[in-house]
Ligand binder design. Structure first.
Ligand code: HEM
Length: 435
C-alpha cells in the first residue's frame, strides 16, 4: 500500500494509531468495552448514539451551532467531527490528495500489525483503491444488476413465505430474522459465489460481527476468522473457479491479485452489503409500521417506492460515520482550519438531518422534492453496492406491505430493542404480529 507523506508525520501516525485502534475495537473488540468507552470522551461517541430511529438531539444541536467541530480525542490528538451535510460532502469529495483513507502506512511502524489491516476498499487510497475497485465494478453495472433482478425478487418472495411459516399461533414473528437477514445474506452469497455448504458459517460470522452490543465478542477476531475462511475459499476457487464474483475475478485477474488481498476485498463486499441492508430493512419496517398513511400510499401507488427508499436512506442513514479520513495537508472546511495529520469523522446520520437542506428533515416525507443524502457516502469511496441495495429495498418494502397488510409491531414502540453504539445502526430483533 502507498505510504502517506504528510507534514507532522509523527503526530499523524500517533493520531491514526489511537483512533484506528479505538475504532477497530469499539464494536466489541478485544478490550473490555466499559474501559474503552471510559477512554473515549462522551462527545466523541455522540455520532454513534441514537434515540430509536433518530440521532440524539445533542447531535442536531451541535450541527446547528458548529457543523464542523473539534473532536476531543485521547492524548490531546486533533480530531474533527463533521455533522453538516455540505461540509461532509466537501470532505468526502475532496479526494486522497487532501484526505487519505490509507491504513497501510501504519503497519509495522506504530504498533499496528499487518494482520489488523481489514483490507478491502475503505482503508485504501489510489492507486491500490482504484485497482481493487475496478475489479468489483463490473458486478454492479446497470446491466449486471438487471440480470440479477429476477433472482432478487424470488429471494424476497421466499423470505416472505418464511415469515408466514415462522409466525407462531399468536401471529408473532421476528421480522429481522426471517425477512431482513435472509434477503441480503442470500443476495450477497450468490453474488460472491459462496457454496451453499459454506453459507451457515458465514451467517454465524456475520451475526457475530453484527452483534455489537455484547462486548464479549471480539470483532477483530471475527474479522480475521472471516478473512481466513474467505482465503480458503479463494485458494479453492483458484484451482476450481466458481460461477460468482470470486471465481470470475480469479479467472480474469488471478495473476494480479493475492489470496489475502482478494479475501479482504470480498470481506468488504460481504460485510458492506450485509449488515447495512439488514438494518435498512428492519429500521425501514419500523418507520413504515408507525405510519399507516405512508403504508397505504406505498400500497396504492408504485411510483412512491423510489422516493420512499431515498427518504428512508436519508432519514435512517444506518452507516452512522464514514471511514476515518486523515488530512494530508492543511485545509479549511466549513471555516475551520484543519492541519495535516488531523483525523476527520463525517457523521452521515447528522448530515442526513441537516435543517439547511430544507424543512422537516426529521420526518419521512415522500411527497417533497428529495433532498440529497450521503447515506451511501460520496466521492471515490461512494458505496459500490448502492444500486444493488436500492434494488433490494425497492423490491422488499412494497412486497412486505402487500403480503401482510395488517402487520403491526408486537411490542410497544418503547420496548423495541436497538443496538447501542454501533457504526451501523440497527436492531436486535423486530417482533411483529402478522394479522
Ligand atoms: C443500504 C445499504 C447500504 C448502505 C447504507 C451503504 C453505505 C455505504 C457507505 C456510507 C459507504 C462509504 C463510506 C465512506 O466513504 O466513508 C459504503 C462503501 C462501501 N459499500 Fe456500501 N452500503 C450499503 C450496501 C452495500 C452493498 C449491497 C454492498 C455490496 C454488495 C456494499 C459494499 C460497499 C463497499 C465495498 C464499500 C467501500 C467502497 C470504497 O471504499 O470504494 N454496500 N457503503
Amino acid at each position: 500500500m502507498p505510504q502517506l507523506r504528510v507534514r507532522g508525520q509523527k503526530v499523524a501516525s500517533k493520531a491514526r494509531r489511537t483512533l484506528l485502534g479505538l475504532l477497530m475495537k469499539l464494536p466489541g473488540g478485544h478490550s473490555d468495552p466499559a474501559s474503552l468507552l471510559a477512554r473515549f470522551p462522551d462527545e466523541a461517541l455522540l455520532p454513534l448514539r441514537r434515540d430509536g430511529l433518530d440521532p440524539v438531539p445533542a447531535l442536531g444541536e451541535l450541527r446547528a451551532r458548529e457543523p464542523v467541530s473539534r473532536l476531543k480525542l485521547p492524548l490531546g490528538l486533533r480530531g474533527w467531527l463533521v455533522t453538516g451535510y455540505a461540509e461532509s460532502r466537501e470532505v468526502l469529495a475532496a479526494g486522497p490528495h487532501i484526505f487519505s483513507n490509507d491504513f497501510g502506512n501504519m503497519i509495522g511502524k506504530v504498533g499496528i500489525a499487518a494482520e489488523q489491516d481489514p483490507g478491502g476498499l475503505g482503508f485504501a487510497d489510489p492507486p491500490a483503491h482504484t485497482r481493487l475497485r475496478h475489479m468489483l465494478t463490473p458486478y454492479f453495472t446497470t446491466r449486471a444488476l438487471a440480470a440479477r433482478a429476477p433472482r432478487v425478487r424470488q429471494i424476497v418472495d421466499e423470505a416472505l413465505e418464511d415469515v408466514a411459516r415462522a409466525a407462531g399461533s399468536d401471529g408473532v414473528v421476528d421480522l429481522q430474522r426471517h425477512f431482513s437477514v435472509p434477503i441480503p445474506s442470500r443476495v450477497i452469497m450468490e453474488l460472491l459465489g459462496i457454496d451453499e455448504a459454506d453459507r451457515a458459517d458465514f451467517a454465524r460470522l456475520s451475526t457475530a460481527r453484527f452483534d455489537f452490543s455484547g462486548g464479549a465478542s471480539a470483532s477483530l477476531d471475527v474479522i480475521q476468522e472471516s478473512i481466513e475462511y474467505l482465503r480458503e475459499i479463494v485458494v479453492r476457487q483458484r484451482s476450481d473457479p466458481g460461477p460468482g464474483l470470486i471465481g470470475t475475478i480469479l479467472a480474469e485477474h488471478g495473476d494480479d491479485v493475492g489470496d489475502v488481498e482478494l479475501a479482504g476485498l470480498v470481506d468488504g463486499v460481504l460485510t458492506g452489503g450485509f449488515e447495512t441492508t439488514v438494518s435498512m430493512l428492519t429500521l425501514g419496517a419500523v418507520a413504515l409500521l408507525r405510519d399507516r398513511a405512508l403504508c397505504d400510499a406505498v400500497r396504492a401507488d408504485e411510483a412512491t417506492v423510489e422516493p420512499l427508499v431515498e427518504e428512508l436512506l436519508r432519514y435512517l442513514s444506518v452507516v452512522q460515520v464514514g471511514f476515518p479520513r486523515f488530512a494530508v495537508r492543511d485545509v479549511t472546511i466549513g471555516g475551520k482550519a484543519m492541519f495535516a495529520g488531523d483525523v476527520v469523522l463525517c457523521s452521515l446520520s447528522g448530515a442526513g438531518r441537516d435543517a439547511r437542506q430544507g424543512p422537516g428533515m426529521d420526518s419521512v416525507d415522500i411527497a417533497r422534492p428529495q433532498p440529497g443524502h450521503l447515506a451511501f457516502g460520496h466521492g471515490i469511496h461512494r458505496c459500490v453496492g448502492a444500486e444493488l441495495a436500492r434494488m433490494e429495498l425497492r423490491m422488499a418494502y412494497p412486497a412486505l406491505l402487500h403480503r401482510f397488510p395488517a402487520m403491526r409491531l408486537a411490542v410497544a414502540p418503547e420496548q423495541l430493542r436497538f443496538r447501542d453504539l454501533s457504526f451501523v445502526h440497527g436492531m436486535k430483533e423486530l417482533p411483529v404480529v402478522l394479522a
